[in-house]
Design a protein around this ligand. Structure first.
Ligand code: PMP
Length: 407
């Protein structure tokens, strides 16, 4: 078998040559970009820039063709049945807000319940909460077990309350856990619920097949999967997208507009008012095509090995309390230093050019449920090297010597 060559993969990312002093362990926040993606983005603005769908000229037609080709590439990347199942949004947050707005008052009625999990990012909590009071919808939350795993027995119990919708992350951005999403979707379907998967972290972990998962909706951001910021995807089954009331009204999303009333365009345009992030969509389509041509099994294996290695190195430091474990983990290592505030540790690591996240990682309810103020997070990508982890461990050891020297 061909072994995944991390150095060769890494050389495709110019960021590292520009930042040779840094160890970048903040990939769950955003990934670095391959040169090819930057070239596509640049080339569009340099040579092809035109607005799409409304041009009476060849340049607009060409831009439209490339934009629609990107939609097709994205559909193929996640195995969506047709390109019309792909709605462009500005990211995961925007997609979840479109879902909450689009389902509240249409599918979700007073007295209905929706089911979320204790692991969720604020984007998958507050987007629903914004409307719950107005529409009289109640939220139930699947708790964690004492081992900080999602409590699947509690999930099954809560499904007995007949939620109309269940929304959960594919991979936790705090605990790195890969949820058994296919099983969770099947159970939700048996309970008669619509299913939403927040794929912000899941999309870069392993190939996603939305038809195999059979979820109604799957959402993700381009920037966490080697693509640009400002572009994301709302995938939905056709029957599910048909349920959505558009969040944004305006150009592109209509058939006929009159002051007496307007009619809407077909999917996916019905949910895409206004000028899209055209260059970014094209670059995302291309980068996902590129990613599908990489050794994804090798990438995943490399990340799994480094995740295990980082856990082993951290577990050997007596001052460290690990919140994650290396199994079923997508490359996220979260920990605290006994008796120290995570931001103090992060400051000392930043001074040594280690880029990481500290705090509550947009998951305050999760930290409340663990009775913790926050934590430090290292998140890996396929271009992370063992040498980088060794440098980070060394920097952490230096910080520990300053903060809490062993007797
Ligand atoms: N959900 C999860 C699980 C995330 O990790 C993130 C990003 N941290 C989001 C949602 C929000 O993504 P974005 O900021 O790109 O909209």
């Amino acid at each position: 078998p061909v072994i995944f060559n991390v150095e060769q993969f890494r050389r495709q990312f110019p960021f590292f040559a520009h930042n040779p002093d840094w160890v970048y362990l903040d990939n769950a926040a955003t990934s670095q970009k391959p040169q090819r993606m930057l070239d596509v983005l640049h080339q569009f603005y340099l040579e092809q820039n035109s607005n799409i769908h409304r041009g009476a000229h060849l340049l607009a037609d060409r831009a439209t063709t490339r934009f629609e080709q990107a939609r097709q590439q994205i559909a193929e990347f996640i195995q969506a049945p047709t390109a019309a199942n792909i709605v462009f949004t500005s990211g995961t947050t925007a997609a979840l807000n479109q879902l909450a707005f689009g389902l509240m008052g249409t599918v979700l009625q007073p007295g209905d319940r929706i089911l979320l999990t204790a692991l969720e990012h604020h984007a998958n909590i507050v987007s629903w909460q914004l409307h719950c009071q107005t529409y009289g919808v109640e939220i139930d939350v699947v708790p964690l077990t004492a081992e900080r795993q999602l409590d699947l027995a509690a999930y099954q119990q809560l499904l007995k309350r007949s939620p109309k919708l269940v929304s959960f992350c594919h991979v936790s951005n705090v605990l790195g856990q890969v949820l058994p999403v296919q099983q969770m979707v099947a159970l939700a379907q048996q309970a008669g619920a619509l299913t939403v998967i927040d794929g912000a972290q899941g999309i870069s972990f392993q190939p996603v097949d939305v038809q195999h998962l059979d979820c109604d909706f799957y959402v993700f951001s381009g920037h966490k999967v080697y693509g640009p910021t400002g572009i994301g995807v709302l995938y939905g089954k056709t029957t599910a997208l048909d349920l959505l009331r558009p969040l944004l009204g305006g150009g592109e999303m209509i058939k006929k507009v009159a002051f007496s009333g307007s009619t809407y365009a077909d999917l996916p345009q019905r949910l895409e008012a206004g000028t899209a992030a055209i260059a970014e969509a094209i670059a995302l389509g291309d980068v996902l095509l590129w990613l599908s041509q990489q050794d994804r099994v090798g990438m995943q294996q490399h990340k799994a090995e480094l995740t295990l290695y980082a856990h082993q190195q951290l577990a050997a430091l007596p001052q460290i309390e690990l919140l994650t474990n290396a199994s079923h983990n997508a490359g996220i290592i979260t920990f605290n230093v006994h008796g120290e505030h995570p931001s103090d540790v992060a400051t000392l690591l930043n001074e040594q050019c280690i880029a990481l996240r500290s705090g509550q990682h947009c998951a305050m309810p999760l930290f409340d449920s663990m009775a913790l103020q926050g934590a430090l997070r290292w998140s890996l990508a396929a271009y992370t090297t063992q040498q980088e982890l060794d440098t980070a461990i060394k920097a952490l050891t230096n910080a520990l010597e300053l903060l809490c020297p062993l007797p």
